[in-house]
Design a protein around this ligand. Structure first.
Ligand code: TTP
Ligand code: MG
Length: 357
């Protein structure tokens, strides 16, 4: 059977949090705007959630310490994260997008995929449809977005990031490999900073380098992920556009082989759990706000302790630090621990609920 060629859209809102703030406060327009932690005249802790394109001209970026942003651009308008407002706007945008195809998938707070194969007979029709979507979002929400069109989710997602803001990038199936080849490997989903460094030691910098590499060596070095990224480097991605139920939390538990009061062992294990949870959250583009630890002592007495952070995050250092602070009071020389658990929740997404263990 010949597989039907698909046409997939990836829609990503431009500088989402700051764009919403500018819409609510037209007086900010044209000025650098930064949403994130309180800068406290350069002494603030925490990070930049996002910034508008004017602030990016000064080198400010998402995830950067707010103190660094202050050094680069003290004259910017600094705003706290108004999370409830952004989720409300996000929900409205997602409702608009859902009307364009029954094959819809939200991906994070400001991104979504649409499979428009049955709505557009070729790329010219797809382009017209994408322009319609941009127009409707702009009229309804007074916000701009960038759209990538491609033969699958992977290519569409990379394409939406190529021309920003207010971009529209089309990559047809026969152009895919040429389009991907010059881009850095980091552009592929799953390739984080660690994998990027490891690939670099093999002499692989671009997606083109990766596509020409021996796949068996990649599998030896990276396991199943090696095979996946090799296929991706050739622009192959068969995953469907399908709406996922909302993930309510991500959690991990570990029962020690032997009950322990060894602080180092407990903290190292907690670090490991943090790492696994962050990887999951990053892969699914989820940002969390609440962190919960669980401690079970040898007599099965169990305690949980939560903290809701001032900002959404999925950074490993934030989770590690919070988890360590939360567990401090439960570490006692005279009490052996049987199990520890870590959970993150309160994500930046909506509706139906599901738990990922
Ligand atoms: P992005 O789509 O990655 O960024 P953006 O929309 O701000 O900018 P761009 O025009 O490049 O798409 O993320 C969407 C929102 O998620 C962003 O507005 C703020 C939030 N966010 C964080 O809170 N922390 C982060 O580290 C990142 C990357 C995003
Ligand atoms: Mg965005």
């Amino acid at each position: 059977m010949i597989e039907k060629k698909r046409i997939i859209f990836h829609i990503d809102m431009d500088h989402f949090f700051t764009a919403v703030e500018e819409r609510e406060h037209p007086e900010y327009k044209g000025k650098p705007v930064i949403v994130g932690a309180n800068p406290k005249e350069g002494k603030g802790r925490g990070v930049v959630s996002t910034c508008n394109y004017e602030a990016r001209k000064f080198g400010v970026r998402s995830g950067m310490p707010i103190s660094r942003a202050w050094k680069l651009c003290p004259q910017a308008i600094y705003l706290p994260v108004n999370y409830e407002l952004y989720v409300k706007v996000s929900n409205e945008i997602m409702d608009t997008l859902r009307e364009y195809s029954e094959k819809f998938e939200q991906w994070g707070i400001d991104e979504a995929f649409l499979d428009v194969t049955s709505k557009a007979k070729d790329y010219a029709e797809a382009e017209a449809l994408a322009r319609l979507i941009k127009k409707e979002i702009c009229e309804r929400e007074k916000l701009t977005c960038s759209i990538g069109i491609g033969p699958n989710k992977l290519v569409a997602k990379i394409a939406s990031d190529i021309q920003k803001p207010d971009g529209l990038t089309i990559v047809r199936e026969n152009e895919t490999e040429k389009f991907l080849a010059p881009l850095p490997v980091r552009k592929l989903l799953w390739v984080g900073r660690k994998t990027e460094q490891k690939l670099e030691t093999l002499g692989i910098k671009t997606i083109g380098d990766l596509s020409h590499y021996d796949p068996t060596v990649l599998a030896e070095n990276f396991g199943i992920m090696g095979t996946q990224i090799y296929l991706m480097a050739h622009g192959i991605d068969k995953s469907e556009v399908e709406e996922r139920g909302e993930i309510k939390s991500i959690s991990r538990d570990i029962t020690f082989e032997e009950d322990t009061s060894d602080f180092n062992l407990i903290i190292n294990t907690l670090d490991k759990l943090s790492e696994e949870i962050c990887n999951d959250a990053l892969r699914q583009n989820l940002y969390f706000k609440t962190v919960t630890i669980k401690v079970r002592y040898e007599n099965f007495e169990t305690h949980t302790h939560s903290r809701t952070l001032p900002l959404i995050t999925n950074r490993l250092q934030d989770l590690r630090k919070t988890a360590k602070e939360l567990i401090q009071n439960y570490l006692r020389l005279d009490r052996k621990v049987r199990l520890i658990g870590l959970r993150v929740s309160n994500f930046a997404s909506t509706e139906k609920q599901k738990t990922l263990i």
